[in-house]
Design a protein around this ligand. Sequence first.
Ligand code: SAM
Ligand code: SF4
Length: 437
Amino acid sequence: MNVYDSERMTDVLRPLGYEAVDAPDRADMIILNTCHIRDRAAEKVFSELGRLRLVKEARAQAGQQTVLAVAGCVAQAEGREILARAPYVDIVLGPQTYHRLPEMVARAARAAGAVIETDFPVEQKFDFLPPEREVPEGGAAFLTIQEGCDKFCSFCVVPYTRGAEASRPVAAVLEEARRLVAHGVREITLLGQNVNAYHGEGPDGATWDLARLATELARHVGVERIRYTTSHPRDMGDDLIAAHRDLPALMPFLHLPVQSGSDRVLAAMNRGHTAQEYRDLVARLRAARPDLALSSDFIVGHPGETDEDFEQTMQLIRDIGFAQAYSFKYSPRPGTPASNAGAQVPEDVKDARLQRLQALLREQQDAFNAASVGQRVDVLFTGRGRKPGQISGKSPYLQAVHVEGPDSLIGQVAEVEIVKLHTNSLGGVLTGETDRA
Ligand code: SAM
Ligand code: SF4
């Protein structure tokens, strides 16, 4: 979502004459778009700011002004601390106020002190963003349809930094998607912190859910490939499961975070489902779409997690089998219930559990990728590869695929036979079947 937000900030600033450059020392304005989800991400912001301070000072010596802005969730949660620790920052803005950037830039130019905008405004930023988007080349784009969260998992800062759950109206989403398709976009990833809780106001006055929205995008807007992330198991309704059966455009790869395989920990996390309910859900999804592969998020060392709880997570991973996954050590976040809980798990225990968990997930991921060798898959080519003459793209399962091929295929879908397994990607050859979608 930060990638999407950064692109939209660029769109907001373009009418003021700004355009993106490729190095901070060439920038009249530098925006750090930040993530607060774990402590390490937040701390990185301060070390990055120290580096940018030197850039700003060097440019000042050359007579060039630099506006330095911190955006995103660290700005939202720690705006005052940023200004105290890094007084050379000019603008601090939360994720819900970036449509006001032009006004903030003007105020920063006039004002003696820094400008800080971290309230949750009554207006929706989407209503104030320019309709035209600079579309990245490569045929794939993100589109935010839902933001914020009301679920309040014990460990998570999102409800505090992104605010309450809100869905964009259907007409606005369809319009943005139509423009993307008109610019050659073939794959759209619908974004939301709880994307499958989407409930947008439809043009017919009814509330549309994600299944209905995806159906419209596939059948009437002409989006060839649709993905959505991130989903919550509790919001995986029957209609959405049926959409995976009925819509070939819905890619057979689903990111469905489970966090833990222990009912005790899931309850402590306030996730609202059990491990068995997750297993049953996956079984229903696989019955609807047998070639569906799954990805997930895991947290090890949530307060109170015992060895037995952790073993249950390992068992769930063995039972389900994941094609890919993200896994993290629990990181206490200020203001969240889990950060004040007793029974914090010692760091060395978290480390050991994470190592074992990641080894198992890696094994499953390698096995999944190895099974692709010899198969023919449709690849959306998104850019040049590292080697000359090479282009790279994504399989339906979001695997990185490299082939020898012409640049003219970038932004197109073509069939590839997978011939080689690399550590983090697949090598293939073009079969000659192009753009059958
Ligand atoms: N909404 C999604 C869900 O319900 O699963 C997750 C969104 S969160 C931005 C992405 C992932 O970060 C979570 O699934 C979780 O695994 C991880 N995460 C969030 N807070 C964390 C924390 N305090 N410590 C470690 N990992 C955390
Ligand atoms: Fe955070 Fe996801 Fe839980 Fe919401 S549902 S609080 S975004 S982990």
